[in-house]
Design a protein around this ligand. Sequence first.
Ligand code: NDP
Length: 327
Amino acid sequence: MAAKKVAVTGAAGNISYSLLFRIAAGGLYGPDTKVSLSLLEVDVPAVAKAMEGVKMELEDGAFALLESCTTHTDAAACFADADAAFLVGARPRSKGMERKDLLEANAAIFKVQGQALAAGARPDAKVLVVGNPANTNCLIAQRNAAGMDPACFTAMTRLDQNRAAAQVAAHAGAAVGEVRNVVVWGNHSATQFPDIAHATVAGKPAAEAVDAKWYKEEMIGVVQQRGAAIIAARGLSSAASAASAALDHMHDWIHGTPEGTWVSMAVVSGGEYGIEEGLVYSYPCTCAGGKWSVVPDLARDDFAAEMMKATEAELREERDAVAALLG
Ligand code: NDP
């Protein structure tokens, strides 16, 4: 079988430093499929040099599955023939930067990348946006990728889901593997809604294992603020868990979700659950045959409906702030 080509942007950054080695070790396509890595960085000499250092370490890993590794500062060259693309690189918020400026700085990056993906990636390429603001960066890339199926574009809320599942497991005294179908709705931001109404712990409704007051008054806030708590503790951002979640997201999209299991993926809304069509909104999804589908017809109470609308409202605002850049 021909090697799968995996493009990764922000290749000299922290998340990529964890992600690339796991892809090279077979964590994405499995132990029988070779991969070619195609790395992208900004055209700044010190950063491009750092990317070369990462490539040297990938060589030194002597990964049997790593067929080749190329480095680029041009998006079109990086994405040519890509089967999968992790869009990790993004402009970080600098001191005093307004949210609108951040959105615009990133919009310019993701516009170019959307065009480059449409021009050169495989028509069924799987694109995962990790760089923040991830949902809106994904929307911009998708809207600028003329001719490419919108379903190719997704953004990451899997880390939020993994964090919520870990909290539920710890609270219930269960193993995290026994927690199923925790859902994250909406934006990967502080307005996200981690929902355990349909989750199970060891096959029983989570509501029986988890205190409702703890869930509403503590857990949601802990998940929403977990990134900041890790920076406070470690002095660095949560790069390894973000890389792990990115791999989980893409792995399940490619290989499928186990029967009866959902995963949270921010996808282009088709209007499901009354959310505005076209926004990149995180839903519970199942994956099969390399395609995702939104889990239909889940009941939601007034609390859930309100939380889902609040995070939708934030996504509309973000979209409106970058309207000029939407293709
Ligand atoms: P990281 O690798 O730590 O993070 C990259 C992006 O992922 C950021 O936008 C970050 O958002 C986001 N992110 C999403 N979830 C998480 C999480 N749980 N924890 C941490 N980050 C998360 O950033 P670095 O600054 O180390 O590296 C970024 C690299 O991207 C730089 O080398 C830069 O040169 C490059 N870059 C490349 C581009 C390209 O390839 N064309 C374009 C722009 C930048 P947040 O900032 O909110 O933490």
